[in-house]
Design a protein around this ligand. Structure first.
Ligand code: PLP
Length: 418
């Protein structure tokens, strides 16, 4: 044993980092790396944005912990109000927690209480967290579930149109998935027993697959028809990641419940569940809560994050980042057959790495990531069921030069690993 840390954490790199600024992280030996993970889609405003740092510093001198059940601190209401202003229409009130899993699970608790129904429908390839309930709602990879049975019941899995894997035309895939959703309600969980449908507007861990607009609207219509709550898990897609504040904004969707985390506070642990006052009022007082939810330092970080995103040209720039990256990836794909497909919604980008037969190639993906890390000092993650999807999640403050450097590095990595 050479460590007192649990080995349960999967390690993407062995980097020991000392500090970060913008899109760059610096190791303890002083080497800079371009961070295209954003700490798994969290530091959308970049590492240590000066306004976020200052807000946390100032708040630390006033109140570090003000427990919500005991008393209310002065940033709670302003933050809830700001979130209501930027959220889809009808989302009026917020419950605060600490992690994405806590919030997705809280959203299910709210839906059960508000509807009096027991079940939830999720989608093949989804990732909603690692607690027992959210593990049962997660089907992006078996490793997240294996060995943990029995998982909670009341979770039903419907298909998600992933055309890259099924080689279907998109319209055909959408029609098939909506038909199978209807079949699920007819055969496994009756509408009268279904509290909520939870969906990631862009499948995250499952492979960075944007949900087609017609699919999302088809689901929302069915939910409205049956009194099922439509819950958008915007944990990874929120706060500018897709070039809009939320991914649902691209589709004029009005979810009944939204789940927020990751980018909300630029790295300070915080998450939120948003819904109408009517729904929130059906959540019995005291039936949910938590020691740290609504922590004042997290609220300060979130308010500073929202200031950055609303007072500057942050969102248009996020869209530009996604477009520039995508153009570069598409140009590279014309020269390398190993890139089977590029996809994106804003700056949530994916490249499918395939072998000569066009099948997922996890070994090549790992070799490319290794080359990028060791030779180019560019940190990149993979995702997707076979670990063969390179996912590009740059901090949204990344410069054009840094994007071009990342693309040139990918070019060299594809040559080196051929
Ligand atoms: C869409 C989505 N929902 C929920 C979660 C769980 O968030 P956390 O890891 O903060 O519990 C994640 C984490 O990656 C996610 O991407």
């Amino acid at each position: 044993m050479d460590t007192h840390l649990s080995q349960v954490w999967f390690e993407l790199t062995d980097l020991q980092v000392a500090h970060g600024a913008g899109a760059v992280i610096t190791t303890v030996d002083g080497t800079d790396y371009l961070d295209l993970t954003s700490g798994i889609g969290v530091v959308n405003t970049g590492h240590c944005h000066p306004r976020v740092v200052e807000a946390i510093r100032e708040q630390a001198g006033r109140f570090i912990h003000a427990q919500v059940n005991c008393y209310r601190h002065d940033l709670l209401e302003p933050l809830a109000q700001r979130l209501a202003e930027i959220s889809p229409p009808g989302i009026e009130q917020f419950f605060f927690a600490n992690s994405g899993a806590e919030a997705t699970e809280a959203a299910v608790k709210l839906a059960k209480q508000a509807t009096g129904r027991p079940n939830v429908v999720v989608f093949q390839g989804s990732f909603h967290g690692r607690t027992h309930l959210t593990m049962a709602m997660t089907t992006s990879k078996t490793v997240f579930r294996a060995g943990h049975a029995p998982l909670p019941s009341g979770v039903f899995v419907a298909p998600f149109p992933v055309t890259f894997l099924t080689a279907e035309d998109e319209d055909v895939a959408i029609d098939r998935c909506l038909r199978e959703f209807d079949l699920l309600l007819a055969t496994q969980t009756a509408p009268s027993e279904t509290a909520a449908v939870m969906i990631e507007p862009v499948l995250g861990e499952g492979g960075y697959v944007p949900a087609p607009r017609r699919f999302l609207h088809g689901l929302a219509e069915r939910c409205a028809q049956h009194g099922i709550l439509f819950v958008a898990d915007e944990v990874q897609t929120g706060f500018g990641r897709t070039g809009r504040m939320f991914a649902t904004d691209h589709h004029d969707l009005t979810p009944d419940v939204v789940v927020l985390a990751k980018g909300i506070a630029s790295g300070f642990p915080m998450s939120a569940v948003g819904a109408s006052a009517d729904l929130m009022n059906r959540w019995p007082v005291g039936s949910h809560g938590g020691t740290y939810g609504g922590n004042p330092m997290a609220c300060a970080a979130a308010l500073a994050t929202l200031d950055i995103m609303t007072e500057t040209e942050f969102l248009p720039r996020a869209a530009e980042v996604g477009a520039r990256f995508r153009t570069g990836l598409d140009e590279i794909a014309t020269r390398f057959r190993a890139i089977g497909e590029n996809r994106n919604l804003g700056a949530m980008l994916a490249s499918e790495i395939v072998d000569d037969e066009g099948c997922p190639d996890p070994a090549r993906t790992a070799a490319i990531m290794r080359h990028l890390l060791v030779e180019e000092h560019v940190v990149v993650m993979s995702c997707g069921p076979y670990g063969s999807t390179l996912r590009w999640i740059p901090p949204l403050v990344i410069s054009d030069e840094q994007i071009d450097h990342a693309l040139a590095s990918l070019d060299r990595a594809l040559i080196a690993t051929a």
